[in-house]
Design a protein. Structure first.
Length: 268
């Protein structure tokens, strides 16, 4: 059954779906909104007409302020009161295994669980006027939505420690300089830039996109030897695919696709 979202406005632009998060006044993340987002991603992954997703905020002044701290307080009280600290809490975050790309279009400032959410995305486009922070240390906790694991993988250990041990906010330009975001755009160009980028990826053969994503994400946690083996296995799948056989033959034959590829490839 198709979801009727409570926390999102859903728009489509050809093969691109845009989720605009709407939980005013501060766009706090909650267990309920997270569950809804997971369902939206599931529908996106299952829809063959959709090739890329964009997560952004419906509010002009805040992307996601942070996770709902009142919920965290309840969890902490339950944990402290539970016999021998035995209590059931939500499962830890996991890697999204789906084959499609998701882009965060960060149109306003974000912190805490908001920054953790966008680090789950494959790409992060950020408005030049926005700021980001991972300030959990200030209230005596850590970024347990994947923040302590994804951030060092994106920007390196020392820079991640700097941001998470101080909790200081950084500008979009600094976030780009250290590799936390993919691109910085002027506020009025942010969503158009993200959509244009999404449509480029959406135009690529879907199995190639899926296998490239799988090779890189899963290979990060493997030895080089294991990663190279995975890469070759995924390449064998692509060699057998209709898209790869058709497109490679067109290129060799000098057809329209060959000319397109030559225009896109850098000069040698």
């Amino acid at each position: 059954m198709k979801l009727s979202p409570k926390f999102f406005t859903v728009e489509k632009d050809g093969p691109v779906v845009i989720w605009k998060y709407n939980n005013p006044p501060s766009n706090l993340r909650t267990m309920e909104s997270d569950a809804e987002y997971v369902q939206l991603i599931s529908e996106f992954e299952a829809d063959p007409e959709l090739r890329a997703g964009i997560f952004t905020s419906a509010l002009p002044d805040v992307f996601i302020q942070h996770y709902d701290v009142a919920t965290l307080v309840k969890w902490s009280e339950l944990i402290k009161a539970a016999p021998e600290n035995k209590i059931t809490l939500p499962d830890p975050p996991t890697y999204r295994t789906g084959p499609k790309v998701i882009i965060a279009a960060i149109n306003a400032s974000l912190a805490g669980g908001g920054l953790e959410l966008v680090m789950e995305c494959d790409f992060r486009f950020m408005s030049r006027t926005a700021y980001a922070a991972q300030p959990e240390v200030i209230v005596g906790i850590l970024a347990s939505g994947g923040g302590t694991q994804r951030m060092p993988r994106l920007i390196g250990l020392d820079k991640a420690l700097d941001l998470q041990l101080t909790g200081r906010p950084i500008s979009a330009d600094e976030a780009f300089r250290i590799g936390l975001v993919t691109r910085v755009s002027e506020p009025d160009k942010l969503l158009p830039d993200a959509i244009a980028f999404a449509k480029i990826i959406a135009s690529r053969p879907p199995l190639a996109v899926a296998n490239i994503r799988k090779a890189m994400y899963e290979g990060l946690n493997m030895s080089l030897k294991e990663g190279l083996k995975l890469e070759w296995q995924l390449q064998m799948q692509l060699f057998a695919s209709d898209d790869a056989q058709r497109l490679m033959k067109q290129y060799v034959a000098g057809g329209q696709n060959a000319e397109l590829m030559r225009r896109e490839l850098p000069p040698i």
